[in-house]
Design a protein around this ligand. Structure first.
Ligand SMILES: *[C@@H]1O[C@H](CO)[C@@H](O)[C@H](O)[C@H]1NC(C)=O
Length: 487
């Protein structure tokens, strides 16, 4: 009995992911808008959440006979064909083993069946195997996977594992690192390429384009439950029911910011008995100390001069009904962030240039009205989070389209965050119905990437995802922002 109650409470706690906002369900699907250079071939590299395999996706591919998508460990400048007897590991995958999507193939199930490791064909004495394969940069850059594209738009999970230690080495100088994907035709000409990338200064780099805009006018990548990560965690080794439903990200806060995230969803709990009083919580499961999160934001902002929305919400543990603990938290925030706190007199109407001119780059958006009123020199009101509270992709898609197509908030300056993740219900967690948040993220991350890239991105504001590295949201956001000045 005790155990059952405990499990129930645990599950209940784990499902406190967002307010159960009642959302009108309008069934009409808006007309799709195609982006301007929607015909250019583009490639993306992402990382899947469950196994941390690299994913390669593309759109507008010619998909001709002889085309290849090649994954390399260095930046490739040229490809040439080699014929060699092997022994040599051949990086080739059969197409039908991949996961991904065709044009409009909504019924495609992408999470079944990963590709195998590159096949090794050994020569026999009678017939030395002769294989033609591609090498990059005259043979100096290794090709670790090859895919023959069969569709113009695809999202493909390779069998190549990504090591997050690579991401922990990212600095404010980093752009491409680790892996490159190239689309080549039968002659070996590179038609498009991309890489695993950090975007430590994208706002400053777009300053001349977006400087006069408000935060509400930008497409801003965000993370859901940003502090629910665990350093050096490996889901293949240490996954439990708790980690399956508590962790939402693989990068720490610094890593998220380095990779382009600028909206953080911070759920603080108060733990009276410990020396460290404030922790990030997901539901009632304790995650990182708030101090760690704050330190990383401060370091990042000092180094980059980027603007970060620090969204404090939910206060799931230890705050009670009174305002006492909130007041403790606010004075802690003041002491910690000091001069970095954007003065609320700026208001949400402030342009990025206004914010930069004061060199106060951290916006404390606090989701407790009485506390915001008490602290007009420190706190902005909350960013509105738009929750679907749904468990399937079709319902999430409908929800996201509706809130974007019938968006009354567009006339306000206050930012809004589309919460682009599935939300398990209490009993789903108890029964492990969905296989965990990683699996749920893998089900939808490629889909939300395509939805915002192809249709919703032009007018969307903040989009917050689980396991953000499995999406192309950051690149899509930057691309849409780069074009803002034209409108
Ligand atoms: C990270 O950087 C250190 C120091 O430069 C290096 O020794 C290490 O191999 C790097 N790790 C990875 C995974 O690249």
């Amino acid at each position: 009995m005790f155990l059952k109650t405990f499990v129930f409470i645990l599950a209940l706690a784990l499902t406190q992911f967002g307010p159960a906002a009642a959302v009108p369900q309008v069934q009409t699907i808006g007309a799709s808008r195609r982006d301007e250079d929607g015909h250019r071939l583009k490639l993306w590299l992402t990382i899947n959440a469950r196994k941390r395999f690299l994913e390669i996706s593309w759109k507008n591919a010619p998909a001709q006979m002889g085309d290849n998508v090649l994954l390399t460990l260095q930046d490739p400048h040229s490809f040439e064909r080699r014929t060699l007897p092997t022994g040599t590991p051949l990086a080739s995958f059969a197409c039908d083993e991949g996961s991904g999507s065709g044009d409009g193939a909504a019924d495609y199930v992408p999470v079944q069946g990963y590709t195998r490791k590159p096949r090794i064909e050994l020569a026999t004495k009678e017939s030395p195997a002769l294989r033609q394969y591609w090498v990059a940069n005259g043979g100096s850059a290794q090709v670790v996977a090859a895919i023959q594209p069969s569709l113009t738009t695809q999202w493909f999970t390779t069998g190549v594992p990504f090591d997050y230690a690579l991401s922990r080495n990212v600095t404010t100088q980093t752009s491409c690192y680790g892996y490159w994907a190239s689309y080549i035709n039968a002659e070996g000409r590179i038609l498009a390429k991309n890489c695993v990338r950090a975007y430590p200064r994208w706002m400053n780099e777009l300053r001349s384009v977006v400087g006069e805009l408000r935060l509400r006018d930008l497409f801003i990548p965000g993370t859901h439950d940003s502090g629910s990560y665990r350093p050096n965690f490996d889901p293949l080794l240490r996954e439990s029911l708790v980690t399956k439903y508590a962790l939402t990200q693989d990068d720490d806060i610094m890593g998220q910011l380095m990779h382009g995230v600028r909206y953080l969803d911070i759920r603080v709990g108060y733990y009276r008995a410990s020396q460290e009083k404030f922790f990030i919580y997901h539901g009632i499961t304790k995650q990182r100390p708030l101090q760690e999160v704050i330190n990383q934001v401060k370091d990042f902002v000092h180094e980059t001069n980027e603007i970060v929305i620090f969204g404090l919400k939910e206060f799931p543990v230890g705050f009670g009904k009174n305002l006492g603990v909130h007041r403790l938290l606010v004075s802690y925030l003041r002491e910690q962030f000091q001069d970095l706190i954007a003065h609320p007199s700026l208001g949400w109407r402030a342009s990025l240039r206004d914010i930069w001119s004061r060199q106060q780059n951290v916006i404390l958006a606090y989701d407790k009205h009485a506390i915001v009123e008490e602290n007009p020199q420190l706190l902005f009101g909350a960013v509105e989070q738009r929750w679907g509270n749904v468990q399937t992709w079709p319902r999430l898609e409908t929800f996201l389209r509706n809130i974007n197509d019938f968006d009354v908030s567009r006339f306000s300056s206050r930012p809004v965050a589309d919460m682009a993740e599935l939300t398990p219900e209490t009993w789903d967690v108890i029964l492990d119905k969905h296989g965990g948040l990683r699996k749920m993220a893998d089900t939808i991350n490629w889909r939300i990437s395509q939805l915002y890239r192809d249709e919703l991105g032009e007018h969307s504001n903040i989009v917050a995802a689980d396991f953000i590295r499995g999406t192309t949201i950051v690149e899509t956001a930057i691309e849409w922002n780069r074009r803002k000045v034209a409108y």
